[in-house]
Design a protein around this ligand. Structure first.
Ligand SMILES: Nc1nc2c(c(=O)[nH]1)N[C@H]1C(S)=C(S)[C@@H](COP(=O)(O)O)O[C@H]1N2
Ligand SMILES: [Mo]
Length: 423
């Protein structure tokens, strides 16, 4: 299999124009001629920062002042302050972990400023013994770490529009981030309270002014849900739920309740606003999909992508991007440079984690021709990311949530990059 993939990749470079130079030299694929390499010239003098002592230490590190353009992009609802989103700049990041200051945000009513000393979590409803936990006691429970993505059900929803929006990759698809969450398996706390046999659902409530109420099937909470206290090694950021939140790997963002203050076990769902009027999807037949918890497989080329230019500079470029699936592990990402006619397997960066970002890479030789770059993800259940055409055919034109179609970047002969709807 590995040889087969390598052979395909060789063909990709070959077809894309490296021609005879590589024939038979499979190993040279790992050593393409990258555009950036230049002959070394020895500097005559030391750079200025080597001649003076450096800056002071700092109590908490910040990114370099030269990276200030790498920010979340905020699209807030001006009619309702505190309601809005901020997008992770996926196009500016590498690897798979989203730095805490760049994790996307979705707030329904602002970021509550919670004093952890006054915060409690109540577990009640269909339990043998209602329990209230303060932070001090929770911090004594055994914890586990889990790297996974959280994605808003509304991520990428501009894809439903008639015309493709011209926005950078992260600012159209970055209502998804990937972090290592550490906390207490929810199962442990529910078992301590004692689950009554007729309990089927759990109503989770946050301590923000939105008083978000959402119904979650009990089975998911007993499966892999975490009561997270830490995010990438440090305590949660206020905007991501400090001091505690639910993390439901692979399930729609809305269920990952932040600033969690209550879990009430019930025998039926609440039918709250956020699971009836919102976060449901009208289908072609006029009926609505409800409780669409799972986030299906998706992928996105983050580089090259809109806003970057190949600058009339043919040569070898690294195609790089992210794939993820709420069903489990990503098993395959294919790349096309001709709008989906032919596909080549990208290399998947290891380790490949279930329900987490997987980075894919593939060298591409751009000869200065018109091209349409696409990526297509497959997950371990065999689910294949759909084309936009197939998604629209299946779900109709009134979609708003759960848009996971293949994204197409058009490369013009001048090296400009545009967002197009693929063929
Ligand atoms: N209490 C509370 N929990 C919440 C929300 C909220 O507004 N209040 N927003 C939800 C939605 S819609 C999403 S997509 C995720 C966003 O999590 P993040 O802001 O940490 O990225 O949190 C969910 N949990
Ligand atoms: Mo969301």
């Amino acid at each position: 299999m590995a040889n087969k993939v390598r052979e395909d990749r060789r063909q990709f470079l070959h077809k894309a124009g490296l021609g005879g130079a590589l024939t038979g030299l499979v190993s040279s694929i790992s050593l393409p001629v990258w555009a950036g390499a230049e002959k070394l010239e020895l500097p005559d003098a030391l750079p200025k920062w080597m001649k003076v002592p450096g800056e002071e230490f700092s109590n908490y590190g910040q990114p370099s002042e030269h990276e200030q353009q790498v920010i979340r992009w905020i699209s807030a609802n001006s009619a309702a302050p505190g309601n809005g989103v901020s997008w992770t700049p996926l196009h500016d990041l590498q690897g798979t972990i989203t730095p805490n200051g760049l994790h996307y945000e979705r707030h329904h009513n602002g970021v509550p400023q919670i004093d952890p000393a006054q915060h409690t979590l109540l577990i009640d409803g269909l339990v043998e013994q209602p329990l209230s936990f303060d932070l001090k006691s929770l911090l004594r429970y055994p914890m586990q770490s889990r790297t996974c993505f959280i994605e808003c059900g509304g991520n990428s929803n501009s894809g439903w529009r008639t015309n493709p929006i011209q926005t950078q990759a992260g600012y159209a698809h970055g209502l998804v981030s990937n972090a290592e969450w550490t906390g207490i398996p929810v199962k442990l706390l529910l078992q301590e309270a004692g689950i009554k046999p007729n309990a089927k659902w759990v109503i989770a409530e946050g301590a923000d002014a939105a008083a978000l109420n959402i119904s979650i099937p009990l089975d998911k909470l007993l499966d892999d849900a975490l009561l997270a206290l830490y995010q990438n090694g440090e305590r949660l950021r206020p905007e991501n739920g400090y001091p505690l939140r639910l993390v439901l790997p692979g399930w729609e963002g809305i269920l990952n309740v932040k600033w969690l203050r209550q879990l009430r076990l019930t025998d039926e769902p609440l039918m709250s606003r956020d699971e009836t009027a919102q976060y449901t999807e009208l289908q072609p037949d006029g009926k609505a999909r409800q409780f669409t918890f799972l986030m299906e497989a998706k992928s996105l080329i983050t580089s090259p992508s809109l806003g970057m230019m190949l600058q009339d500079n043919p040569g070898t470029y690294q195609i790089s991007g992210l794939a993820w699936s709420g069903r489990g592990k990503i098993t395959r990402v294919e790349i096309s440079a001709d709008g989906g006619d032919t596909w080549v397997d990208a290399e998947l960066q290891t380790p490949i984690l279930s329900k987490a970002f997987t980075r894919f890479n593939l060298p591409w030789h751009w000869q200065g021709d018109y091209a349409i770059l696409q990526s297509r993800a497959t997950d371990e259940t065999g689910y294949v990311q759909p084309t936009r055409e197939a998604l629209v055919e299946n779900r109709g034109r009134h979609g708003f949530f759960h848009y996971n179609a293949i994204v197409s970047w058009e490369i013009t002969e001048e090296g400009d990059i545009n967002h197009v709807y693929g063929f």
